[in-house]
Design a protein around this ligand. Structure first.
Ligand code: TYD
Ligand code: MG
Length: 452
């Protein structure tokens, strides 16, 4: 056996050191450096068929490089395709990250079962029987999906050589281990080595590889973080485990935009693509309820109409409570102060609760106006017309500020049958709208006058 060689890795950022030290020079974290055993690989390579091994790279003029064969592989999942920028690029490495239990394995198994290509789904976490049970729930019939339960990369490559799949899915990168490295699976050196082998395989055979990567709740595991530099595309699967919606985002994409977003709903039979999220996020209610307002927000490039609910009531305790779900609590306090100072509402002695329905967290400042409208509506116990919606930011002096891509928001509201949308006076409109009345206001007081 080769002589044992050890190196020290920071478990937080992946930096490498020759000897132990207390603090990592690169990420400044304390006590994160630990020793890992590695042995010099004799032949650091995946088992290449001879025809590939003998191929040597040659430099080419950029104009002469043929992109015709780089057609993307359609995954038959509209949301997944959209986030990837139109499908899987041959030879690309995609990393899908997310908290445990969010549905990463379900999503990729479901896509593998649907794919019209020969797919190899490698799992190091579940047995073939368990995967079959899950497959029967999500998509019972599939012709071209092969399941392999294996963790050693050399064995996986052996299977790949005989099977020759068009797409490889690995669940998960933390469970893989390579013979060329001595340390245990999930350690930094193993993850780096296995990914390097997979990158080599993907680039040489033009097979797309999708990896699943775990992230712990506190984000301590460095694994996927160091991987982000190595792979072509980093996707993040997020959402609240207690809510049904899941959002797929691209954090890095070498072949497309990172603004696109995919939305899924977790059901008993797997994940369902949600092609029209606004319709689900707006609850169907009977009669008029006070404290509800609809915001026309943008998630990435997608317009999304979201319901905001507020409850304003007289405080029972000395200090009024303020609580916000899905919205920044500091921003809520700011909006309450603006209403108090600029519109003369006595909210200082009231409890205020705010909730964004559907378990979604919104960062788009365009939701401000809907929050203000919901608070006003609840405070006066006066319901807003159900076909009104709002899209503007509220400034500290009570001014209504313009937001980006306002036309896209208005179009979405029009499509869903809203009759009136409130926007900032300073937003320039790109076109005329026939069925929706665009109300342009400049101050919070204007909104109060309109609604109450
Ligand atoms: P899973 O894909 O195992 O999560 P991850 O791989 O990200 O750790 O999915 C976890 C959750 O999904 C599990 O708690 C149950 C739920 N689920 C459903 O609600 N319906 C289904 O059809 C499936 C397969 C899972
Ligand atoms: Mg899993």
């Amino acid at each position: 056996m080769a002589k044992l060689k050890t190196t020290f890795f920071c478990q937080n950022c992946g930096a490498q050191y020759a000897k132990w030290q207390g603090q990592c020079n690169s990420c400044k974290a304390w006590n994160t450096i630990s020793e890992e055993v590695i042995s010099k690989p004799e032949k650091n390579d995946w088992k290449t068929p001879s025809n590939i091994a003998s191929r040597t790279a040659k430099s080419l003029k950029i104009n002469d490089i043929d992109t015709a064969q780089e057609a993307r592989l359609n995954t038959l999942d509209t949301e997944f395709n959209r986030v990837l920028g139109g499908g899987l690029v041959p030879g690309s490495l995609t990393l899908l990250g997310g908290e445990p239990g969010i549905g990463k394995s379900t999503l990729l198994l479901q896509i593998s079962l649907k794919l019209p290509y020969k797919t190899l789904y490698v799992s190091g976490e579940e047995s073939q029987k368990q995967i079959k049970m899950r497959a029967q729930r999500v998509h019972p019939n599939s012709k071209e999906c092969y399941i392999l339960t294996e963790t050693k990369t050399q064995h996986i490559f052996k299977q790949i050589e005989t099977l020759k799949p068009d797409i490889v899915v690995i669940d998960s990168i933390q469970t893989l281990h390579s013979d060329y490295i001595e340390s245990s699976s999930g350690s930094i050196s193993q993850i780096k080595e296995c990914t390097t082998e997979l990158i080599k395989f993907a680039k040489e055979t033009a097979t797309p590889v999708i990896l699943i990567g775990h992230i712990t709740k506190d984000g301590n595991i460095a694994g996927p973080k160091i991987l982000e530099h190595m792979v072509d595309t980093v996707l993040q699967f997020e959402g609240d485990r207690n809510h049904v919606f899941r959002i797929l985002r691209a954090h890095k994409n070498r072949f497309g935009s990172t603004n696109e977003l995919g939305i899924y709903e977790m059901q008993g039979s797997g994940l369902r693509e949600v092609s029209n999220p606004s319709e689900i996020l707006i609850s169907q209610k009977e009669g008029d309820l006070s404290g509800n307002a609809i915001a026309a927000t943008l998630e990435g490039m997608r317009p999304l109409l979201i319901e905001v609910q507020a409850l304003v009531s007289t405080a029972v305790y000395g200090t009024p409570q303020r609580s916000a779900t899905g919205f920044n609590a500091k921003r809520l306090n700011m909006l309450l102060a603006v209403l108090e100072k600029r519109a003369g509402f006595r909210l200082g002695a009231k409890d205020v609760f705010l909730n964004i329905t559907g378990g979604i967290t919104v960062d788009d400042p365009a939701i401000d106006l809907a929050v203000v409208a919901a608070i006003l509506s609840s405070n006066e116990d006066q319901a807003l017309p159900q076909d009104y919606c709002f899209a503007a930011e509220v400034g500290l002096s009570g001014e209504i500020r313009p937001v980006q891509r306002v036309d896209q928001r208005i179009l979405e509201a029009e499509k869903l049958g809203f009759s009136r949308i409130f926007i900032s006076k300073f937003n320039k409109l790109g076109s005329h709208y026939k069925t929706i009345d665009v109300q342009r206001i400049s101050k919070v007081e204007d909104l109060v006058k309109f609604l109450l």
